[in-house]
Ligand binder design. Sequence first.
Ligand code: SAM
Length: 368
Amino acid sequence: MFLQESETSTTTRVRRPLTTPDDTESGSAPTSPDSAYRLAVASLQTLAQDIKDLAERAQATLRDPAAHLGAGSGALSDIALASVPRWHFAMLNDTERNSALVSALEGNVPPGAHVLDIGSGTGLLAMAAVRAGAGRVTTCELNPLLAEVARQIIDAHGMSDTITVIGKPSTELEVGKDIDARADVLVSEIVDCGLIGEGLLPSIRHAREHLLAPDGIMLPAAARLYGQLVQSESMARLNRVDMASGFDVSLMNTLATPGHFPVRLNTWPHQMLSGAFPLVEFDLAKGILGPGARTLPVAADTDGLAHALVVWFELDLGATTLCNGPDSKDSHWMQALVPFELPVPVTAGEKVPLRLGWSDYRLNVTVA
Ligand SMILES: C[S@@+](CC[C@H](N)C(=O)[O-])C[C@H]1O[C@@H](n2cnc3c(N)ncnc32)[C@H](O)[C@@H]1O
């Protein structure tokens, strides 16, 4: 059974870094410079509190590692809870996803090749690459706790001699230091419900330039986004509030998620106002992978109020494609909701000039 889940759920697949300069769009502006200043101070206080908590926990753990980090200890699960998203479990149980990625490796890894796997998780793709015939595999994982889990799982499968696990983000890997040569094949599954939310674009951009051989094989090779206009007050309310019990609480909208967030479309009341249409294609092997925007004249086929664009992806994995569209009911990926700032009235037959934008981590939509 699928639950109705908002972007705060730890089973959803959105992990974003702190805001980057090209990523500054947000929900609603604070009401005054004084309000904005006080919110900024409070957000720094929250960050400082998190850092202090973390430092205290780290100190206690280092004083007595065995007591704090033994199997079944509360500290290990506390740290895992804070740093390892719950969606790893749903993802690893998504057999359609696993099979598509494993088949892509089996169909595309030349015998003896050096494979680079970005985002080890449990080491699943690194081990599948060895089984597919890779001579050696380098896998990197930005979360050191997960990297250690991958190391131990890989060791238990007797593959430690062939696979090297590096507990770093791919963007910090250096040829000649972390890996001896550029890889022949690059595999990654760092895709959220809206494709780009886990940093697919900057990670692949960097890896193509620094880590993959010039004629290297890229898996997945390409990805496409599709969308559909949707009317749904209920889904719009997942990330926006104005009045609660007669009080204006709309300042809360300054804390709304900017850009896209995950929704399981079929669990919310909604009405589609257009057919599905292609939004943008990313050629991960050779195309330009920077932030961008495009205007799309979209034909509405029903009168209504468009609250958002529902977005999903299609990933090219050689012989198979992976998709998280509204009909992909078994996929662990939900769909991505990209809300309009204000609802857009549309009439059947009307062409709505949508402006879709994407930064390195977020999708956004306006009417041009
Ligand atoms: C969606 S999981 C996939 C894990 C594994 N590859 C699999 O298919 O089961 C992606 C993992 O990549 C890691 N990750 C994302 N971007 C990364 C990067 N640029 N470098 C290293 N790790 C990254 C995340 O921390 C996460 O554990």
